[in-house]
Design a binder for this molecule. Structure first.
Ligand code: PGA
Length: 258
């Protein structure tokens, strides 16, 4: 059985007061409902400036802390960048790598993402959330599996331990657009991803790996998406900025446990 993961990617939103209010709202919303045998893992990924103070706000709660990006070098003259050890030091247990905005807005290549993933594995105990997903052009050209498969091949391999890896499938055309993949569309790609993982790690390890869906996940569509057999949680952007909405998605993840 795979424990779902509800992850919130705050992107470049919130200063400290608003960030504290948001995590307090999340903590209050899940209190009682997720204690004991926790039915889903919950993760928030705020901007770098909020990591350390929110670690303190989250102390004693099951909500975990993650970063949205990292630099591949350990240290040095890289103005504006943040290293693996800095994230671990700030209290992160997870880091998102290869988000479509990093790929498309900041031009990060597969090679670069490969270096980032290896830097995280070598330099910390953090779990990598590796994002993949096709553009609308790719989908319309019938290239979805080819693109997603290539993004996986560029970065994954037997040297990336399966127990430190989560995959997020985020079709670029669904991110921030309000156009969600249908549950069937999501399941089709998630199934393909799991088969590819199986060819890298073997069937048993691939069966234990979480594959999140991301792209306009909302309280109203979360349960249907996560009800699919290979959808093991969500990576949520816009809706994770409103405590009640994110809590509703967390609850949908918790009740998707099969
Ligand atoms: P969205 O973003 O939920 O606002 O579509 C998802 C993401 O980019 O991770």
């Amino acid at each position: 059985m795979r424990k779902p993961l509800a992850a919130g990617n705050w992107k470049m939103h919130n200063t400290l007061g608003a960030g504290r209010d948001l995590v307090s709202g999340i903590k209050a919303g899940i209190e009682g409902g997720l204690t004991g045998e926790v039915a889903t893992e919950v993760l928030v990924c705020p901007p770098f400036t909020l990591l350390y103070p929110l670690k303190e706000t989250l102390a004693g709660s099951p909500v975990m802390l993650g970063a949205q990006n990292v630099h591949e070098e350990e240290k040095g003259a890289f103005t504006g960048e943040v290293s693996v050890s800095m994230l671990a030091d700030a209290g992160c247990s997870h880091v998102i790598i290869g988000h479509s905005e990093r790929r498309h807005v900041f031009g990060e290549s597969g090679e670069r993402l490969n270096q980032k993933v290896r830097a995280v594995l070598a330099g910390s105990d953090m779990t990598v959330i590796y994002c993949v997903g096709e553009t609308l052009n790719d989908r319309e050209a019938g290239q979805t599996e080819q693109v997603v498969g290539q993004q996986m091949d560029e970065v994954l391999g037997p040297d990336v331990p399966a127990d430190r890896l989560v995959i997020a499938y985020e079709p670029v055309w669904a991110i921030g657009t309000g156009k969600t993949a249908t549950p069937d569309q999501a399941q089709e790609v998630h199934k393909f991803i799991r088969a590819r993982l199986s060819s890298i790690y073997g069937e048993e390890a691939a069966d234990g790996l979480r594959i999140l869906y991301g792209g306009s996940v909302k309280p109203g569509n979360a349960a249907d998406l996560m009800g699919q057999p290979d959808v093991d949680g969500a990576l949520v952007g816009g809706a994770c900025l409103v405590a009640d909405d994110f809590v509703a998605i967390i609850k949908a993840a918790a009740s998707s446990v099969r």
